[in-house]
Design a protein around this ligand. Structure first.
Ligand code: SF4
Length: 461
């Protein structure tokens, strides 16, 4: 869970990267950072917290130069601490190099162990630093060749952007798990994890990077090549269901349009006799619009999300029923009272939150709560950069549909089928990663890695 923005060829590159990170804040709220380059030197500011908290006017004034690289992070590999905030900036034999990473390597611990055994000293606990070590050990005279050589030695999900004096370099792994798009900016170029950043920057979308594509941006323009052997496509379908912003174009598709179609299909597969369609905001909003449109049942915002909780809040010592969820979601009694509702959400992971949300709706007077989920049951963990729990913590991996319905306290429960989900995405089978729902992982995690990370319950294959 991370967001990347890169700017090349604009006198206010640092400030534009800052704005781009604002648009990508939903992709990671733990830490953020920007490295700016003026052709000779690279300067960095990074730390824990939100973009708005980290970059003052003075800090931005120091990030001078016509290219910049920004990152927002939510840790899925490595701890949440300041040392792990990206972009990393390091010196190697070729000079300064900065890197920002979205995705997870599946063999990072093994690669790191081998490097440490040969004397490498790591400053962070991330998988990204292992890539930098491999770049630094390369004998290739050109940094692009060194990067490609390093990435040939690792497996998993890596969408990366590197900044060196005079060049911005971007790479998507051969399966293309995580997105990256190229845009045109007045006088320059922009790279971003999602196209919603282009809108804020006034940039025009040029293209999505292809799977396995390496893009080098320099004063001569944009150069593209594909140095990796071909592999099956595996862009993350969950980006469309939940993670990305609805105003983004992702993997060539409009996120909001896909989500509405997920909702329409969900109604076809699991109709409900009800008075109102209510989303669990925000990720359920567009699927609920689709469900309401297909069913003819009115749509209303029966739950309100509080976006301004911040990173820490102090729980009261007196017990307030469902406090943890109520601080984020509050039911609107005037809307829900005496209604039979269809509650649309994007997933049930452990089941704890869904159970509380159903109870909130009942407490606010809902007579019936029919839960509908806009993707199939979550039965597999993610090893590619989304923070889903171990398999044994996933309720659908251990329980039947009826048991889950009883646990969350719904009157009925329906999940969209895999075919329905892929149909709504206009995607052929095996053209996306769907391991969350099939437990068939396009890149398996080595047993030694799984044991080292205690990632899941010893079921590595
Ligand atoms: Fe996306 Fe799920 Fe695949 Fe992870 S396992 S990349 S979340 S579809």
């Amino acid at each position: 869970m991370c967001g990347i923005v890169g700017i090349f060829g604009h006198p206010e590159a640092g400030k534009l990267a800052y704005l781009g990170l604002y648009a990508l804040q939903h992709r990671g709220q733990e830490s953020a950072g920007i490295v700016a380059a003026d052709g000779r030197e690279l300067r960095r500011h990074a730390g824990m917290g939100h973009v708005s908290e980290l970059f003052s006017r003075e800090v931005l004034a120091g990030l001078t130069g016509d290219s910049a690289l920004g990152h927002v992070r939510y840790s899925t590999y490595g701890d949440s601490n300041p040392a792990n905030a990206q972009p990393f900036l390091m010196q190697y034999y070729g000079g300064p190099i900065a890197v920002a990473h979205n995705g997870n390597l599946v063999d990072a611990g093994i690669v790191r162990g081998e490097l440490e055994a040969e004397g490498a000293i790591f400053q962070t606990t991330t998988d990204t630093e292992a890539i930098l070590h491999l770049v630094a050990r390369s004998r290739e005279p050109d940094v692009v060749d060194a990067i490609v050589g390093a990435l040939r030695q690792v497996r998993g999900a890596f969408t990366l952007a590197f900044l060196v004096p005079g060049r911005l370099i971007a790479v998507r792994d051969p399966m293309g798990f995580r997105p990256l798009s190229l845009g045109r900016l007045e006088g320059g170029w922009v790279l971003a994890s999602e196209t919603c950043a282009f809108d804020l920057l006034g940039a025009e979308r040029v293209k999505d990077l292809d799977r396995g594509e390496v893009l080098v941006v320099d004063v001569a323009g944009v150069h593209s090549f594909r140095p990796f052997p071909p592999a099956r496509p595996a862009p993350c379908a969950f980006e469309h269901v939940y993670f990305s912003r609805p105003d983004s174009l992702l993997f060539g598709r409009s996120v909001q349009a896909v989500r509405k179609r997920l909702g329409e299909e969900l109604h076809r597969e699991h109709p409900a006799d009800a008075d109102l369609v209510v989303p669990v905001p925000d990720s359920g909003n567009f699927a609920a619009i689709g469900y309401a449109r297909a069913s003819g049942i009115p749509f209303d915002m029966g739950l309100t999300r509080n976006h301004y909780i911040g990173r820490t809040f102090i729980e009261p010592t007196v017990e307030i029923r469902n406090f943890g969820v109520r601080v984020k979601l509050n039911p609107v009694r005037e809307i829900l009272d005496r209604k039979r509702i269809v509650l649309i959400d994007d997933s049930i992971v452990r089941g704890t939150t869904s159970r509380k949300v159903v109870q909130l709706c009942r407490d606010a007077g809902a007579r019936e709560v029919h839960v509908r989920i806009s993707c199939p049951p979550t039965v597999g963990p993610c090893y590619y950069g989304i923070d889903t729990p171990r398999r044994d913590e996933l309720i659908a991996a251990r329980h039947t549909l009826e048991e889950i319905r009883a646990h969350v306290g719904a009157d009925s429960l329906g999940y969209l089928s895999l075919d329905g989900m892929l149909g709504a995405m206009d995607a052929a089978p095996d053209t996306f990663c769907t391991a969350c729902w099939t437990d068939q992982h396009p890149v398996t995690i080595p047993r030694a890695e799984a044991e080292q990370l205690r990632l899941f319950d010893g079921e590595a294959r």
